[in-house]
Structure formats: structure tokens, C-alpha cells
Ligand binder design. Structure first.
Ligand SMILES: [Zn+2]
Length: 85
């Protein structure tokens, strides 16, 4: 991973990862030369763990934001409509 990302990339990265050492969401820090660095609020912490996608988390029965859960349920119902279940 590059340290330099644009805001969207950095935001997406932060959203999809958590700190490997404390489990907190990484934060975005603007670089002096442009772009953003994503890291833990504790700058001694190194490394990230990739979070599962919402869909996978939801399938496993984990909590996801209610709006996302509702969308997933709608999609699931549509997908199962032809299977008769
Ligand atoms: Zn951390």
C-alpha cells in the first residue's frame, strides 16, 4: 500500500480496515505534500486488518448498519424468489 492516497481512496481504505494492534478504525491524516496517510490515532501502531465486507458479515449474523441490512435483505429476497425458499 502506498502512503499517498487521495481522499476517497484513503476514506475507503480506512473504512475497510482496522488497526492490527488496537482494533480502532484508522484515521486520515493529510500529507504535507498532498494526498492522505491512513493510520491509527496511535502512530506507534503499525499494520491493518482488512474488515470483512458488510455482506459477508451480515451472512455470518454479525451486526451491520440497519440501512445496509435492509438493503441486503431486499437483495436476498429477490435472489431467493426463484428458488422457492
Ligand atoms: Zn491502533
Amino acid at each position: 500500500m502506498s502512503d499517498e492516497m487521495n481522499y476517497i481512496q484513503a476514506q475507503r481504505f480506512a473504512f475497510q480496515h482496522e488497526c492490527a494492534e488496537c482494533g480502532n478504525s484508522p484515521s486520515l491524516y493529510p500529507n504535507e505534500g498532498g494526498g492522505y496517510e491512513v493510520r491509527c490515532q496511535n502512530k506507534d501502531h503499525k499494520g491493518f486488518i482488512r474488515l470483512k465486507g458488510y455482506y459477508q458479515a451480515w451472512r455470518e449474523g454479525q451486526a451491520v448498519p440497519i440501512e445496509i441490512a435492509q438493503n441486503l435483505i431486499k437483495k436476498e429476497r429477490r435472489g431467493n424468489a426463484n428458488k422457492g425458499s
